[in-house]
Design a protein around this ligand. Structure first.
Ligand SMILES: Nc1ncnc2c1ncn2[C@@H]1O[C@H](COP(=O)(O)OP(=O)(O)O)[C@@H](O)[C@H]1O
Ligand SMILES: [Mg+2]
Length: 244
């Protein structure tokens, strides 16, 4: 199914202050692949993910989602296909209640109220957060906000899922349920994380980003057991491989 393909070709991006964050990114993700994106702080992971739905637009090069090349004209359509969970949940939650935040996307799709309610409840259950339904998001803990931000994206039932450090604020139990959730999401997904054990568990493939370029791309089992490669990129072997 070509609509779940994600392709970056020679993607360059520079922030307005002159920082070149992406220096020619190339990769292609095919249907159903689960791909981890790892690298040092400032390597360009978040910048890369924000190109997947046109939140940022390449300065040069192309981003293609399914059959659509990302342009200002296709951006809205692409946003319906690609669900992105941002690194900071505060960038994503802005409504008076958790319910409203999770309902926002489905309502925008033009769904009727009963179906929206069903979607919201289902998505909140997925992240064990139904009890937070009527709370204002700014009263939540960091981890609770992260869980709600994930629910807001899952409620859109995206074709492709992109998550930026989804486990960073989660307690061990919530992290474990996130892993289960990610494993049950059968479409293409791309996950940026310093949690290399999570990547090893969830992603068959791993891309290492360094200074805005792809420095390695291969099976997670090979990439994440390559101590020298990881160290060059300010990373360490996953805990599960350190005991050997
Ligand atoms: N809004 C911004 N303005 C200027 N530079 C930025 C901005 N956001 C990120 N950067 C810079 O772009 C580079 C890549 O950042 P980022 O994509 O956030 O990396 P990562 O997610 O891998 O930590 C870094 O040098 C960072 O300082
Ligand atoms: Mg980041």
């Amino acid at each position: 199914m070509s609509h779940h393909i994600v392709e970056f070709k020679d993607v360059f991006f520079r922030y307005p202050d002159g920082t070149q964050a992406l220096g020619g990114i190339n990769f292609r993700i095919t249907h159903g692949e689960s791909v981890g994106v790892v690298g040092a702080n400032g390597a360009g992971k978040s910048t890369l993910l924000q190109h997947m739905n046109g939140y940022l637009m390449p300065a040069s090069g192309t981003v293609t989602i399914g059959d659509l090349r990302l342009t200002k004209r296709t951006r809205q359509e692409i946003r319906r296909k690609v669900g992105i969970v941002f690194q900071n949940p505060d960038d994503q939650l802005f409504m008076p209640t958790v319910f409203d935040d999770v309902a926002f996307g489905p309502l925008n799709l033009g769904m009727d109220e009963a179906s929206v309610r069903e979607r919201v409840n289902k998505a909140l259950c997925m992240v064990n957060s139904l009890a937070l339904r009527d709370k204002p998001p700014h009263h939540l803990s960091c981890g609770q906000k992260s869980a709600v931000a994930i629910a807001a994206v899952m409620a859109m039932e995206p074709d492709i899922l992109a998550m930026d450090e989804p486990a960073a604020n989660l307690d061990p139990k919530s992290r474990r349920s996130l892993i289960t959730l990610l494993k049950t999401f059968k479409h293409s997904k791309i996950i940026a994380s310093h949690d290399l054990d999570l990547i090893l568990d969830v992603c068959g493939r791993c891309i290492v980003i360094g200074d805005g370029v792809v420095v390695a791309d291969g099976p997670s089992s090979e990439i994440l057991s390559d101590r020298a490669l990881l160290e060059e990129n300010s990373l360490e072997l996953p805990l599960s491989l350190q005991r050997r």
